[in-house]
Design a protein around this ligand. Structure first.
Ligand SMILES: NC(=O)c1ccc[n+]([C@@H]2O[C@H](COP(=O)([O-])OP(=O)(O)OC[C@H]3O[C@@H](n4cnc5c(N)ncnc54)[C@H](O)[C@@H]3O)[C@@H](O)[C@H]2O)c1
Length: 326
């Protein structure tokens, strides 16, 4: 039985905890969070709660540390876990600079621990099917890719709005698509981006990427919507077009009215009881890699490349220049 310590009991900490709870070869032994509410998440899984990673590791000696903290805290916690010889799973984006990301990847290799980063689209059944359809040649040679990930600004935690903590909408949100793009079509050649922000509730970004393979991709990543969430993928090739739209498959859609008190907003959510959770699939893969000694699908070095693309898009938006990769 692999012992898990979750660091960060917010949105993703809770998501990961429910995924581990479905595994019969892993057990959550502790949850660490600076907020006292962490005790609730720990109690829900019969685990103990701690105020820090150091306390949790000392008391529980877990096999795995799973980091679900605000992004600016990823590096210090991954380095600490590696120094304690713990296998590490870290939420995306890996870090806020490529140098930090590479330091994290190297520290885990030097410590001989398994390190994986949570780019969940690589485990999302519909995006996996899209990638397989391309690989099987069913769409012919792909020429263009259109991608959208848009919604309201994350309302559950204030740190997302601080770009020095989250990296902003391209690094935090758009990186899902940029990572998928790399996984399906190889490395980028150049990138150009624009970000609109003024008068909007959050950033709205347009990113154009030319891949070394010749594929042209366009991404809209937005936190500027008043409500809701949508992801979209369109792959156009010489033999056909594939489209994926989160708006098109909503077996169960729930839209809640606001209470009228002004403290909440209307909200919609949807879930497919038939779909496999990408979070559970990625964590299952990570645990399997620890058992077999295999290299995880998303290594630190790989995640650093997706971060490099996202950061290049941010630099392009700031400078107005096209950024070319060597
Ligand atoms: N893969 C995805 O689809 C996805 C979705 C949302 C967020 N994320 C990523 O997951 C990470 C966490 O995001 P979230 O939405 O769960 O954030 P969150 O704000 O909901 O949770 C973060 C938790 O960390 C705790 N915390 C902050 N500083 C701490 C410290 N020094 N020590 C201990 N606990 C501390 C907070 O109290 C909070 O409970 C981020 O990197 C984010 O980008 C990934």
């Amino acid at each position: 039985m692999l012992k898990i310590g979750i660091i960060g009991a917010g949105m993703m900490g809770a998501t990961h905890a429910s995924a581990y709870a479905n595994m019969n070869d892993a057990v959550i032994v502790g949850v660490a969070d600076e907020r006292t509410e962490a005790a609730k998440l720990a109690a829900a899984y019969s685990a103990r709660s701690y105020a820090s990673i150091a306390e949790l590791i000392q008391a529980e000696d877990p096999d795995i540390i799973d980091i679900c903290l605000p992004t600016d805290l990823h590096k210090a916690h991954v380095l600490y876990a590696a120094a304690c010889r713990k296998h590490v799973f870290c939420e995306k984006p890996i870090a806020l600079s490529v140098e930090d990301a590479m330091e994290m990847a190297e520290a885990c290799r030097a410590a001989g621990v398994t390190f994986m980063v949570g780019h969940a689209l690589r485990f999302s059944p519909d995006y996996m099917l899209a990638k397989r359809t391309v690989e099987d040649g069913k769409l012919g040679k792909i020429s263009t890719v259109r991608m959208i990930r848009e919604g309201a600004p994350p309302g559950w935690s204030a740190w997302f709005k601080d770009k020095s903590r989250s990296g902003g909408v391209i690094v935090d949100l758009g990186i899902h698509e940029l990572d998928f793009l790399r996984s399906a079509f190889g490395e980028p050649q150049r990138v150009y981006a624009k970000v609109a922000e003024e008068g909007l509730p959050g950033e709205h970004a347009f990113v154009s990427v030319r891949m070394k393979s010749g594929v042209i991709a366009h991404l809209t990543a937005s936190w500027a919507l008043p409500d809701g969430f949508r992801s979209f993928l369109e792959l156009a090739g010489t033999e056909g077009v594939l489209k994926l739209d989160s708006d098109d498959h909503k077996p169960i859609a729930v839209t809640r009215r606001s209470s009228g008190t002004g403290t909440d907003q209307p909200s919609s959510s949807w879930e497919s009881p038939l779909s496999v959770s990408p979070y559970e699939a990625e964590l299952r893969h990570f645990v399997d890699c620890i058992r077999t000694g295999a290299e995880p699908l998303i290594t630190g070095e790989d995640a650093a490349k997706s971060l490099a693309l996202a950061l290049a898009a941010v630099r392009s938006a700031q400078s107005g220049e096209v950024i070319t990769f060597e």
